[in-house]
Ligand binder design. Structure first.
Ligand code: TRP
Length: 333
């Protein structure tokens, strides 16, 4: 059997350049490496602190469109919507009984994200969904026997937890019901940082949106965001993440888009100032996003949704088989 590769993106807010260069581009490159499952993680979005019900359907469609424009082939790659496969919820509900509150509360993502729910007066109302988030993710992975999980480094711990859960259940019932997954990181993959605060990841949910480039942003706005990106006072285009995180981030962005070598850029801007460099970066990014936006505008939405519907059906078959097998194992059938 072909290896299964699986990953997803949450439909919170709009897709960013960081999502695109860090994840979606990699998905496209993995299309010939195995059977690829790429989904829209709408159930995960429920636990986000900026979840907006009224925008969900639009956000889901946007993620699908970006997947399509990025070159995912919806006929061979199983692009689907998580909530359309009820087995994800069923698996989650069963798996929470094979994890402990202790291990979930030790997840660094949980610690980071729960701090956003602390109020000034000291009280905190952390949704339980934030704690159980990695179990939902484990269900996503284990339902499909996926073994290769392309994720950002911030999700590594969740994939490791998934491994632990799979091994724990296999041992407990003395079976091989679950394949043991592994996180997969792109070799060339670039983590893109915030333009204003280049020490934090470029994220859909960063408070100051001037540091985030959204794929749907107006091209002029993107240019402005890049021209006002945080730099330093060393005035020399160099790759030095420690002392020049802003400039290093801009180099990464350009090299990721153009698939060029960092040294090449450094040479090219050896005697140039930051304004000249930023103008070049803005040209590259604006051109790239403009093309992407043109592709997105051309998409035949009905055709796209038909293909997704077919994929949802295919995934339901696989996932239902697995959940039935698991229900038998735990005495529910
Ligand atoms: N949690 C992932 C993220 O925020 C998205 C995700 C949900 C995922 N389920 C998954 C990724 C399963 C890989 C496999 O990036």
């Amino acid at each position: 059997m072909k290896k299964r590769i699986l990953s997803g993106i949450q439909p919170t807010n709009q897709i960013t350049l960081g999502n695109f260069l860090g994840a979606i581009k990699l998905f496209e490159q993995l299309q010939n490496e195995g059977e690829l499952f790429i989904f829209v993680a709408d159930l995960h979005a429920l636990s986000s602190n900026n979840y907006e019900p009224k925008k969900m359907q639009e956000n889901i469609l946007n993620v699908l469109k970006v997947y399509y424009a990025a070159g995912l082939d919806f006929d061979t790659t199983k692009v689907f919507i998580q909530s359309k496969i009820p087995a994800h919820t069923e698996m989650f509900n069963a798996l929470i009984n094979f994890t402990t509150i202790g291990e979930l509360s030790r997840m660094t993502q949980f610690k980071d994200k729960s701090s956003k729910f602390k109020m000034n007066n000291g009280t905190e109302k952390i949704p339980t969904g934030l704690l159980t988030y990695p179990v939902l993710m484990a269900g996503d992975i284990l339902l499909y026997d996926a073994t290769i999980i392309p994720v950002g480094i911030d999700q590594k711990q969740h994939v490791e937890l998934t491994r632990d859960i799979a091994i724990r259940i296999n041992n407990k019932f003395n079976t091989k019901i679950f394949e043991i997954p592994e996180p997969y990181f792109s070799k060339t993959g670039t983590k893109i940082y915030d333009l204003i605060n280049p020490k934090i990841k470029m994220s859909k949910s960063n408070e100051n949106t001037n540091g985030t480039i959204f794929i749907n942003d107006d091209i002029q706005i993107i240019r402005k965001k890049i021209m006002s990106a945080m730099t330093d006072n060393l005035n020399s285009v160099n790759y030095d993440k420690e002392n020049q995180p802003g400039i290093s981030n801009l180099i990464n962005i350009v090299c990721s888009i153009n698939e060029c070598d960092k040294d090449q850029i450094i040479m090219q801007f050896k005697d140039k100032n930051y304004k000249e460099f930023k103008t070049y970066v803005a040209d590259v990014v604006c051109d790239f996003i403009h093309n992407l936006q043109t592709e997105i505008k051309k998409i035949d939405i009905n055709n796209l949704l038909n293909k997704v519907e077919k994929n949802n059906q295919y995934c339901n078959e696989i996932a239902n088989k697995k959940i039935n097998e698991f229900y038998k194992l735990i005495g529910l059938k």
